[in-house]
Design a protein around this ligand. Structure first.
Ligand code: LLP
Length: 404
């Protein structure tokens, strides 16, 4: 992805041409970047060849998940809908793990029928429910239990999941009780210890701490887990100068852990697989000048990309064509929705813009389209996957008629 002759290209395709052909807004993904991310992820941990289950919630486009499956990944799902999408994309059920605090009767029943690898339970009540359903189907079901390691992931509080005040997992005492409980059960088999301490983690130290907690816990439990599911959370760089996770250090800590325990490692990465493959292409509708800044009113809004409004997330914005001249004014990029939080970024020293110009919001492949909504009765954007010079429509633009 780069500028050639002042035009921004996604692989070999000019953004300008995409906008002409498909109109805007567009979610556009690069296949090459996806392939590189998966290759790098595998390479980082190749000494113990983990099972990598893509966290479907990060991007739920079935056609994209199919490509991810072809590149060797399984799936981490959190609802029957995500499970159906993973299966539709051809993911082998033996590469699917089911996480989440509130799995319903029908979701558990469906997971059992589809013979997925693991149901990672998060409470005693859930284990009893799984056992009851398994018994009624005369089956023995492999489960995991999610431990809440009370570890601070040092990320945004809204996306932290591993501290004791968070709803996720069970504490050490309950886990020890549940190990005993499952040993005596005829219908469940405890195979996995799972954790997930949060998302967009760029400091490796919380992971090291988490592994120390696991080490202490397994010693105490004196139980052999076939799988250790370490969750996802690997942070990416949303800015040129932003830090990202040091995989080498995380890998060293896991290898040290594996010297003691011969379990198979499972990962559930979402953002690190798809975050930087996506761009949101948008056209400027109006420019509204005011004393202190110019409002750049885009045809994308918080319903298309909610991360800035919800978490104060910062995404880079680039012009689709570089004309060089820099504006002295501060620009605020906003959407047309009737909420003051409907803004993407405030920038200085951006190039001079005019109405109808195109811009790109970067690194929106994870939790972009999957968190989008129809707020203000706005149809969802088209999704494209670029492979070299080939453009694949992987989801059509939602029609207004479907909303009305
Ligand atoms: N496994 C579990 C159990 C999870 O809850 C999550 C994310 C993942 C794996 C994947 O985490 P990742 O590798 O993508 O960090 N909407 C927020 C992120 C919420 C993450 C929720 N759980 C955002 O836009 O930043």
């Amino acid at each position: 992805m780069k500028y050639i002759n002042k035009n921004f290209l996604i692989e070999k395709v000019k953004v300008l041409n995409l906008a002409k052909r498909f109109n805007t807004p567009i979610y556009c993904y690069s296949y090459k970047q996806l392939k590189n991310n998966i290759r790098d992820f595998k390479k980082n941990f190749k000494s113990f060849s983990p099972l990598i289950c893509f966290a479907i919630k990060a991007n739920t486009n079935v056609n994209l998940i199919r490509e991810i499956r072809k590149l060797g990944l399984g799936a981490d799902v959190v609802s029957i809908g995500e499970m159906m999408k993973a299966l539709k994309a051809g993911i082998n059920p033996k590469k699917i793990v089911f996480s989440g605090v509130g799995k319903t009767y029908s979701e558990i029943s469906y997971a059992i029928d589809k013979k997925i690898l693991l149901i990672n339970a998060e409470s005693k009540s859930e284990i009893i429910e799984i056992e009851k359903i398994a018994k009624s189907k005369k089956k023995i079901i492999d489960i995991g239990i999610r431990l809440n390691p009370n570890t601070d992931a040092k990320t945004l509080s809204q996306i932290s999941t591993g501290k004791k005040e968070n709803k996720f997992g069970v504490n050490e005492k309950t886990f020890l009780e549940l190990i005993k409980y499952s040993k005596n059960s005829k219908n469940i088999k405890l195979k996995c210890l799972s954790v997930h301490i949060g998302s967009q983690i760029i400091d490796h130290k919380p992971y090291e701490k988490m592994l120390k907690v696991l080490d202490k816990f397994i010693k105490k439990a004196n139980y052999k887990f076939e799988f250790i599911d370490l969750g996802g959370g690997m942070g990416i760089s949303y800015n040129y100068n932003n830090k990202k996770l040091n995989y080498k250090k995380y890998n060293i800590a896991i290898k040290k852990f594996l010297k003691k325990y011969k379990s198979k490692i499972i990962f559930e990465p979402g953002r690190s697989i798809v975050g930087n493959i996506g761009f949101l292409i948008s056209k400027i509708i109006y420019i509204k000048e005011s004393d202190k800044k110019n409002f750049i009113i885009l045809d994308v809004a918080m319903n298309d990309l909610i991360r800035p409004a919800l978490y104060g997330a910062k995404h880079r914005i680039l012009p689709a064509q570089k004309i060089g001249k820099i504006s002295k004014k501060t620009y605020e990029f906003v959407g047309p929705i009737c909420e003051s939080t409907d803004r993407f970024a405030t920038v200085k020293k951006f190039q001079k813009l005019k109405e109808k110009d195109l811009i790109l919001i970067c690194d929106v492949g994870a939790y972009g389209m999957s968190l989008s909504s129809n707020y203000n009765s706005r149809p969802k954007p088209i999704e494209l996957l670029i492979k070299g010079s080939k453009i694949n429509i992987i989801k059509k633009r939602q029609k207004l008629i479907d909303l009305i």
